[in-house]
Ligand binder design. Structure first.
Ligand SMILES: C[S@@+](CC[C@H](N)C(=O)[O-])C[C@H]1O[C@@H](n2cnc3c(N)ncnc32)[C@H](O)[C@@H]1O
Length: 295
């Protein structure tokens, strides 16, 4: 069994991706926004088990290909299995993207929930750009955690009792300044893309608002509740002392850390399968064109 962290997170990835986009929205992006009408060679950075490939290949013109790059051997084994019985043209490459420079041979470089984990995201974005031919595109689906945290409602339980936006805002900024990994990178990518020379840069927001409706069918409700939990909504906080120490290490005062623990605990006690709840993950989808030519 692999010891690589993401190889042990396949179930989490499989259980949560469907919270982010409705299929018709992805179709809208491919056909109406990006207007992809001829076959394209796509490379997916940090492809995981191939989630984006599975969503995009059926929408792309016949003859398109998908290359997934990831560090996780188990994830890539899963991806190879997912596409094994299909007629899609796929290649999976195992490696550490921080030490790779893929050749300029793709029409589209994409990533999903990947750049937020990079210590040098600008450097990696530049590699993505460098792997795309003149006139091709770079498309990044990345989170904007503070917007995701703001876009939650818990029925009669006050949002501000369970989600302290000010403290979270501070934590996310401190973390990003300390180690480069930025859970809000989605909102910064349009700026970074333009500064790195992409043209026609634009950004969309994910469309899906998840609604835990107490009138919905029981198995659908359970599936949604489990996915929301996996995505961190109303999750029980870990051991109190450890969590408070860790928050202080990350830059909160003792008082802020205790209040944050208390808020998360309270929220975990009121959020359950019988709660009314809405949550919009607010992923940001940034894209831009490489070079002067249009494909
Ligand atoms: C949050 S997961 C997203 C996976 C997939 N894009 C998805 O959304 O389902 C982050 C992915 O980035 C990959 N990753 C992180 N650092 C990497 C690196 N240095 N080189 C290659 N892959 C990396 C992980 O293995 C993991 O699959």
């Amino acid at each position: 069994m692999s010891e690589y962290y993401w190889d042990s997170k396949i179930e989490y990835l499989r259980n949560t991706r469907w919270l982010y986009y409705n299929d018709d929205y992805l179709e809208f992006l491919v056909q109406r926004v990006w207007k992809i009408e001829a076959p394209v060679r796509v490379v997916d950075y940090g492809c995981g088990y191939g989630y984006l490939g599975a969503k995009l290949l059926p929408l792309l013109p016949e003859g398109s290909s998908y290359t997934g790059i990831d560090k996780g051997r188990e994830l890539l084994r899963e991806a190879a299995e997912l596409f094994g019985n299909t007629s899609y043209s796929t290649i999976f490459i195992q490696g550490d993207i921080e030490h790779m420079k893929p050749e300029r041979q793709y029409d589209i470089a994409i990533c999903h929930a990947f750049l937020l984990h990079m210590e040098q995201p600008i450097d990696i974005l530049q590699r993505m750009i460098d792997s795309v031919v003149d006139g091709g595109r770079v498309i990044c689906f990345e989170p904007h955690w503070i917007a995701g945290a703001a876009n939650q409602e818990f029925g009669s339980f006050p949002h501000s009792d369970g989600v302290n936006l000010g403290v979270l805002q501070k934590l996310y900024e401190l973390d990003a300044n300390r180690n480069g990994r930025d859970g809000n990178i989605g909102m910064k990518l349009p700026l970074l893309m333009s500064q790195l020379g992409l043209r026609d840069v634009a950004c969309r927001v994910s469309d899906k608002v998840n609604f835990l409706d107490q009138n919905m069918e029981a198995s659908a409700k359970k599936r949604l509740f489990d996915a929301l939990r996996d995505d961190g909504i109303g999750l029980e906080p870990p051991d109190e002392n450890n969590m408070i120490d860790r928050l202080i290490e990350r830059g909160l005062s003792e008082e802020e850390a205790q209040a944050q623990y208390a808020a998360e605990l309270q929220l975990s006690q009121v959020v359950n399968e019988d709660s009314w709840l809405t949550y919009a993950p607010n992923m940001k989808i940034s894209y831009g064109t490489v070079g002067e030519r249009s494909l």
